[in-house]
Design a protein around this ligand. Structure first.
Ligand SMILES: [Zn+2]
Length: 399
């Protein structure tokens, strides 16, 4: 590790701006769990009170005007770009114009979750690790990799279930879910009221990614996934009437962000690599990493898809996974669009990473690497033509 990297890592947890943003992010995530934004009452959740205290103290030390209440702190989170919050931040830590809450829905942004899991005391609660580790452990103990894979596929393809589906799925899946049937009740929860179209008495899913759309303050529909929003206005998918099938059950947010969204991209990437002649296994070793890719020449890659807003926070987590099953190189794949939008993404990631592995590649770079390792231009590896998305819309490259 270079001296600069050591300094960045050492100073990280002692920097007032980092402590503040971690605290506020944790509070915003917690508030979104306990009710609709704006509906909170005294006493506030501990995390929210702590964030308010931390913000007020930081402001007073800097002789800045503090927020006077929790609702005002929430307004800050929705309207104030993170680089304008009080306190000092290490370089390039927050993307420009980024916020913790979406302004139209007051829902936590993906970046808000990234900051929340950077805080050690809330990481376990707000990351996907807690439930995926349970699933992995149970399937490992019963030597049941098919169940782990079925669970992962379900979370990837069905972020929303009806209550009836939730109740009948473990049996209907012909035992595929094995020891994980009861875990479904922990990871799927009744859909929050903010997603409910009250006139139609229905929850509406996104036609692109299948998670539930959220109503904005203006009455429009909004998808939490950046990729869907970039494709245009929200497209209505399946409706889940509240009076039919027991209503909608929604996968909890950390699993939507880090398992469903990631899994969909890893599935498509695996299909392209398999079609080209690589030997591909999704979520090997009970989820040790995303895709194991073996090439005819003998090289084996461990590939994880990482679509993070903050290259600094992603870089801080850059350690290679356990080599079980073994691999030669580890690659983290970032959408090419992410790097186009933020040309400093790679540099910032490199500055904050604690180890030289994993390598960072775009989806296109991985395909070029695969082409070189296979030594052919097999049709599955062509990366120049637009790729039809799951909803039939052309998307650039793989993603
Ligand atoms: Zn969507």
């Amino acid at each position: 590790m270079s001296q600069d990297r050591t300094m960045l890592t050492t100073l990280w947890s002692e920097t007032d701006g980092v402590l503040l943003l971690r605290s506020v992010a944790t509070a915003m995530v917690r508030l979104s769990e306990v009710g609709d934004p704006g509906a909170y009452t005294l006493p506030y959740p501990d995390e929210a009170q702590r964030a308010l205290n931390t913000t007020v103290l930081t402001c007073l030390l800097l002789k800045a005007k503090p927020p006077e209440s929790l609702p005002e702190l929430v307004e800050w989170a929705a309207k104030r770009p993170l680089d304008q919050w009080p306190g000092t931040l290490p370089p390039d830590v927050v993307p420009p114009e980024s916020r913790f809450l979406d302004e139209a829905t007051r829902q936590p942004t993906a970046l808000c979750y990234e900051w929340a899991v950077d805080a050690e005391d809330s990481a376990a609660r707000h990351s996907e690790q807690r439930y995926m580790a349970i699933a992995s452990q149970r399937c490992w103990e019963e030597n049941y990799p098919e169940a782990y894979r079925a669970f992962r596929l379900l979370l990837t393809r069905r972020p929303v279930l009806t209550h009836r589906e939730l109740a009948t799925l473990p049996a209907a899946a012909d035992g595929e879910l094995g020891p994980l049937g009861d875990l479904l009740y922990d990871v799927y929860r009744p859909a929050p009221s903010g997603h409910l179209d009250r006139e139609r008495r229905s929850h509406i899913s996104c036609a692109r990614c299948h998670t539930l759309l959220h109503l904005t303050v203006g009455g429009d529909l909004w998808c939490e996934r950046r990729r869907c929003r970039e494709l245009g206005t929200a497209r209505r998918g399946r409706e889940y009437p509240v009076d039919d099938g027991g209503g909608a059950q929604l996968l909890i947010r950390p699993l939507r962000q880090w398992v469903s969204a990631t899994g969909a991209l890893e599935e498509r990437l695996a299909q392209r690599l398999a079609a080209a002649g690589a030997d591909v296994e999704l979520w090997p070793g009970f989820g040790a990493y995303g895709i194991r890719v073996r090439f005819p020449g003998g090289t084996t890659l461990a590939v994880d898809h990482k679509d993070w807003e903050s290259p600094a926070l992603l870089g801080r987590r850059a350690v290679p996974p356990q080599p079980d099953p073994p691999y030669d190189r580890c690659v983290w794949v970032v959408p090419a669009a992410r790097l186009r939008k933020n040309p400093d993404f790679r540099t910032t990631f490199e500055a904050y990473r604690p180890s030289a592995s994993p390598e960072l590649m775009t989806d296109r770079e991985l395909l070029r690497t695969a082409r070189r390792l296979i030594g052919t231009t097999a049709p599955g590896l062509r990366d120049t033509a637009p790729d039809p998305g799951p909803d039939g819309e052309a998307t650039e490259g793989l993603f």
